[in-house]
Ligand binder design. Structure first.
Ligand code: MTE
Ligand code: MO
Length: 369
C-alpha cells in the first residue's frame, strides 16, 4: 500500500454561497495526518494538566454536563487562496482556491467553563504556578511532528474569557461532529486561523510558554516578501492568530463567460478577532470605480456590524446587481469595523508559506456565448 496522504478538500465556490451555514458536506477539510478513529467513547477522556492546581480527566459525559453553547463561527484556513499567491512566485503548501473556509453552528462547552472546573477563574492571565497559555493536543499523528500529535495553543486570557467563545465542540450544525471535523471533540477558536482549532482533542495543557509544536513555530507565520528558504529565521515571527479581513467573489469563476450584461455579483467577506464587516466594495472596471454591495447574514435581513442581531464570529455575504462591459475584470474588497482594508495586489503580501492571501479578489468576465 502506498503512503496515505492527508485528506484535504474544498467545495466549488458557487456551492459555498448557496447557504449561510455551510452544510457539513461542503465544509472544507484540512488534515495533516491520517484521520483518527475514536470509537470507544466510554473510554475517551480529555485530560487537563500542566500548570494547574487541580488536574482532571473529563469524560464526554462530564463535558456534556456543562452548559451547552451554540456559536456560529467561520473557520478559515490560513492557506485559503494560496494557489493565486503561488502564481506570483511559488510558495510551499497545499493549493487552495477560494473555498478553504466555511461557516458552521458549533455546539459544545465553553473552554472558560472547563477551565473553571480545574480551578482557573474566568479572565485569568497567569495561574499561581505560572501558566499563561493553553495547549491543545490531538489524537492524530503527523509527519511534521515526527509522528507525534498535532498541537497548538492560545493565550490563557483568551481561553478563560467567556466572551471569546472558545468552544470544545461536539456538534456541528446541530449534529454530532463527524470524524473529518474532529469527532468526538474539537476546539473552535472563533476569529482565529483554522490551524488553532485542534480536532480530535486528547489533552489540554496549561503551559508557561506558547506551544512549541511545528504548526505554531515552523509554519503558519507571516513573513515579509524578502524572506526565502535560505534566510528564514522562524524565531523572528509570532504564530499567526487572528485572521485579517478577507473578501471573495463566489458567483463567478476566473475566467467566466456570461450570456447577459446584467449579472449578479456575490460572495463572502469575513474578518478575524470578532471584527465585523463595515463595507464591501465592488468594481466592474478593474478597480477604477466602485459601488457598495449590500450585506447580509440571514437572507432578507440587512447586516449591521456589531449589532446584537448579527453573528459576531461569522462571515457576511454580499451581493450587487449590475450591467458589465463586454470584457472586464470584476474586483471585490472589504473593510472591517476597525477600518482595516485589503491589499490591492498579492505581490506586496507574498510570503514563502503562501498564507493570508487577502489581496483584492479579481475575476475576468466576458459577455458572449
Ligand atoms: N487538528 C488536528 N488534530 N489535525 C490537523 O491536521 N488541521 C488544522 C485544524 N485542526 C488540523 C487540526 C487546520 S490547518 C485547519 S485549517 C482546520 O483544522 C481545518 O478544520 P476542518 O478540517 O474541520 O475544516
Ligand atoms: Mo489550515
Amino acid at each position: 500500500m502506498s503512503e496515505v496522504e492527508p485528506f484535504n478538500a474544498e467545495p466549488p465556490r458557487s456551492a459555498l454561497i448557496s447557504s449561510y451555514v455551510t452544510p457539513v458536506d461542503f465544509f472544507y477539510k484540512r488534515n495533516h495526518g491520517p484521520i483518527p478513529i475514536v470509537d470507544d467513547i466510554d473510554r475517551y477522556y480529555v485530560s487537563i494538566c500542566g500548570l494547574v492546581e487541580n488536574p482532571m480527566e473529563l469524560s464526554m459525559a462530564d463535558i456534556r454536563k456543562l452548559p451547552k453553547y451554540e456559536v456560529t463561527a467561520t473557520l478559515q484556513c490560513a492557506g485559503n487562496r494560496r494557489t493565486a499567491m503561488s502564481k506570483t512566485r511559488t510558495v510551499k503548501g497545499v493549493g487552495w482556491d477560494v473555498s478553504a473556509i466555511g461557516n458552521a453552528v458549533w455546539g459544545g462547552a465553553k473552554l472558560s467553563d472547563v477551565l473553571e472546573l480545574v480551578g482557573i477563574p474566568n479572565l485569568t492571565t497567569t495561574t499561581p504556578s505560572g501558566g499563561k497559555h493553553v495547549e491543545f493536543v490531538s489524537v492524530d499523528k503527523c509527519k511534521e511532528e515526527n509522528g507525534g500529535p498535532y498541537k497548538a495553543s492560545i493565550p490563557l486570557n483568551q481561553a478563560s474569557n467567556p466572551e471569546a467563545d472558545v468552544l470544545l465542540a461536539y456538534e456541528m450544525n446541530g449534529e454530532t461532529i463527524n470524524r473529518d471535523h474532529g469527532y468526538p471533540l474539537r476546539v473552535v477558536v472563533p476569529g482565529v486561523i483554522g490551524a488553532r482549532s485542534v480536532k480530535w482533542l486528547d489533552s489540554i495543557n496549561i503551559i508557561a510558554e506558547e506551544c512549541q509544536g511545528f504548526f505554531m513555530q515552523k509554519d503558519y507565520k507571516m513573513f515579509p516578501p524578502s524572506v526565502n528558504w535560505e534566510n528564514i529565521d522562524w524565531s523572528t515571527r509570532r504564530p499567526q492568530m487572528d485572521f485579517p479581513v478577507q473578501c471573495v467573489i463566489c458567483s463567478l469563476e476566473d475566467v467566466s463567460v456570461v450570456k447577459e450584461r446584467k449579472i449578479a455579483i456575490s460572495g463572502y467577506a469575513a474578518s478575524g478577532g470578532g471584527r465585523g464587516i463595515e463595507r464591501v466594495d465592488v468594481s466592474i472596471d478593474g478597480g477604477k470605480t466602485w459601488v457598495e454591495a449590500s450585506r447580509y447574514q440571514k437572507s432578507g435581513v440587512p447586516y449591521i456590524a456589531d449589532d446584537i442581531s448579527s453573528d459576531k464570529w461569522a462571515w457576511v455575504f454580499f451581493k450587487t446587481q449590475t450591467e458589465i462591459p463586454q470584457n472586464t475584470e470584476i474586483v471585490a474588497k472589504a473593510v472591517d469595523t476597525s477600518a482595516n482594508v485589503q491589499p490591492e495586489n498579492v505581490e506586496v503580501i507574498w510570503n514563502l508559506r503562501g498564507i493570508l492571501n487577502t489581496s483584492w479578489h479579481r475575476v475576468h468576465v466576458r459577455v458572449g456565448h
